[in-house]
Design a protein around this ligand. Structure first.
Ligand SMILES: Nc1nc2c(ncn2[C@@H]2O[C@H](COP(=O)(O)OP(=O)(O)OP(=O)(O)O)[C@@H](O)[C@H]2O)c(=O)[nH]1
Ligand SMILES: [Mg+2]
Length: 306
């Protein structure tokens, strides 16, 4: 083969991180770009807690998207773990998409956050939610991106899909020539168990109020895919007995509703009938405990590890 044909046949591949404040639509945009619901989405901030990988392979280009937790001021050790995820990803990714919510006008990103994203190898500012943003707010974001990051903001709506194909093309151009990083048919590298636990957590966001969704962690402890229906045992960890009582509800009514709603989502995800066996356990102060956080699968900054 000549060098010429080599170049013509070369594939591109790389990692593409989605970062930004909570609730700007990072998970929605990743789902739109991979054309599949992988990352959970809720109207509430701080939904995503761990990185979520979504792989899209088409036309000789493989994009490995990494959805990250929103950049927050750490109040709990859990938040520190979330920030650690986000900052690590920014340093490692081939392309960083910094998302901002266009409907909120000029973004209020602190200088330390700007410093962080300036470290990205390639940075693309993405102005999301243009379907609900005024022209003035959109212009304010474009101006801000030019002034602070010397970047032309890509305008998209994860909700309607407007602008997302143009963004895909812009990302593809910037990816390095490389063999694919994952088999072409893969959509993620994370286990089905992870996504099932996330779908249960998403349903908890939908059905419970106030601090309850933030106080839970979900772990799938048993997954028998050869059983019919597929048997899945998941444990919902809460911090206090009062939260356990709320989750279960009087006579088990609330947990029954949770189980039914979550099961429908899980069945759609695994493509088979499922028996979802939900348990609630109190794990006092898990959001502050290095040991429990690590047991639940969170990665802590090195100095916090136990
Ligand atoms: N109108 C509109 N709403 C959007 C758009 N993208 C996301 N949303 C909504 O914004 C809310 C937050 O979306 P997510 O995708 O969960 O946001 P996120 O940035 O992943 O949030 P965290 O995981 O909490 O950091 C949800 O209610 C979405 O439906 C958009 O383009 N237009
Ligand atoms: Mg998210």
């Amino acid at each position: 083969m000549t060098q010429q044909t080599d170049a013509q046949n070369a594939t591109r591949a790389g990692t593409v991180a989605l970062v930004g404040f909570p609730n700007v639509g990072k998970s929605s945009l990743m789902n739109r770009l991979v054309e599949q619901k992988l990352s959970i989405v809720t109207p509430l901030a701080q939904t995503t807690r761990e990185r979520v990988l979504g792989i899209d392979t088409r036309g000789g280009v493989q994009m490995v998207f990494i959805d990250t937790p929103g950049l927050v001021d750490p109040r709990y050790l859990l938040h520190r773990a979330m920030m650690h995820e986000a900052t690590e990803v920014i340093g490692d990714a081939d392309v960083v998409l910094l998302l901002v919510d266009a409907s909120r006008g000029e973004p209020q990103l602190r200088e330390d956050v700007l410093e962080l994203v300036r470290r990205a190898k390639i940075l693309i500012v993405v102005s999301n939610k243009i379907d609900v943003a005024s022209d003035a707010d959109r212009a304010a974001v474009r101006r801000w991106a030019r002034e602070h990051l010397n970047a032309d903001a890509a305008e998209v709506s994860a909700e309607t899909g407007e602008g997302t194909e143009a963004l895909r093309a812009r990302v593809a151009e910037r990816l390095p020539e490389s063999p694919f990083l994952y088999p072409e048919e893969d959509v993620s590298s994370q286990p089905v168990r992870f996504f099932v636990a996330e779908l249960v957590r998403e349903t908890i966001f939908e059905l419970y109020e106030k601090e309850v969704p933030y106080s839970v962690a979900v772990k799938v402890e048993e997954f028998r895919e050869n059983a019919q229906p597929v048997y899945i045992r998941a444990v919902v960890f809460v911090e206090r007995p009062t939260q356990k009582a709320i989750l279960i509800g009087s006579g088990g009514s609330a947990i029954k509703r949770l189980g039914q709603a979550a099961r429908l989502k899980v069945e759609e995800f695994v493509g088979a009938p499922v028996y979802l066996d939900l348990w609630v356990k109190v794990l006092p102060k898990w959001r502050k405990s290095p040991l429990e956080l690590q047991r639940l699968g969170f990665t802590l900054p090195e100095e916090q590890r136990k």
